[in-house]
Design a binder for this molecule. Sequence first.
Ligand SMILES: Cc1cc2nc3c(=O)[nH]c(=O)nc-3n(C[C@H](O)[C@H](O)[C@H](O)COP(=O)(O)OP(=O)(O)OC[C@H]3O[C@@H](n4cnc5c(N)ncnc54)[C@H](O)[C@@H]3O)c2cc1C
Length: 324
Amino acid sequence: MPEIHHTDLLVVGAGPAGYTAAIYAARASLKPILVTGMQPGGQLTITTDVENYPGFATPVQGPWLMEQMRTQAEHVGTRLIYDLIVHADLKNGPGPDGYFHLTGDSGDEFRARTVVIATGAQAKWLGLESEKRLQRGGVSACATCDGFFYRGKTVAVVGGGNTAVEEALYLTHHADRVHLIHRRDHLRAERILQERLFSNPKIEVHWNQAVEEVLGSGDPEVVCGVELKDTLTGATSRLAIDGLFIAIGHTPNAGPFRKEVACDEDGYILTESSGTATSVKGVFAAGDIQDRIFRQAVTAAGTGCMAALEAERYLSGIPAMTKT
Ligand SMILES: Cc1cc2nc3c(=O)[nH]c(=O)nc-3n(C[C@H](O)[C@H](O)[C@H](O)COP(=O)(O)OP(=O)(O)OC[C@H]3O[C@@H](n4cnc5c(N)ncnc54)[C@H](O)[C@@H]3O)c2cc1C
């Protein structure tokens, strides 16, 4: 039997942004409800070592870190509901009852005086079975997160846009050799980035090449190479590498919110430059769903904190925070 849940603050999403928003909201006595979606814990649940989240002297496991955040959020008074928001009425503001109305896949209704959207984003993958199998063994979608583990090694980046070029350049700070694999004969990246790429002696570009297979070896299995196919001739070849970075873009999980709050052309929610307010008063967005630049757990947590503080001020009738 579907239920109706009322709350001062509804958090949608159970990643670092959502859990942090919930922790701050609960500690402000807003009795938040957090709807987890299909991936409780978010993106960090599919990774192993996390070495750049402050507070831990040695690497921690992504799933463990997210368990800690969940436990903390519940400990301070967050109610977790395992459901997926499939419908949201936000764009016209709260209804006559003072609540935004959202619906879960279960049929449950969520009535919230404020909403924090923290639904994150998904890295785009090539779609190979071997790529998925080796995601805990050297296939990554984030050079900032994992580049450090490849000091003195050889890595490859797949893609041809700004992100791919930036990731390749970043990886040269760690790896001895960086291969950029692109399926066309030109890059989409901005010219200045291309110039930096072409002038970097550590980087070799492989034109008209598509990754057919990620090769692994050992137990536990780790990446040892890639099989490439020439997109013009069909000829195949192998490249020995220690790590593979897929940089072909991200898809923001805007789903039911895309037409409810202002988004950019790719579906990232637009927020005010100084905070997390969206185009709808009382609705805030935090984490990767509104961030196409940094995409880190710590920045997601930071904006989750901001969203809860801004929601609290909104509920108290205090004007939005301004810089002094
Ligand atoms: C393989 C990998 C390794 C990474 N390693 C690091 C690292 O070492 N350090 C680092 O700082 N960052 C790392 N990152 C990046 C980091 O994971 C993200 O920046 C961070 O998780 C973003 O947090 P978020 O809360 O915005 O969203 P996410 O973590 O993406 O969580 C989104 C949440 O929203 C939920 N959701 C989505 N749609 C709905 C809906 N309709 N209804 C309800 N819930 C919904 C999902 O179930 C999920 O719980 C890594 C990312 C990947 C993919």
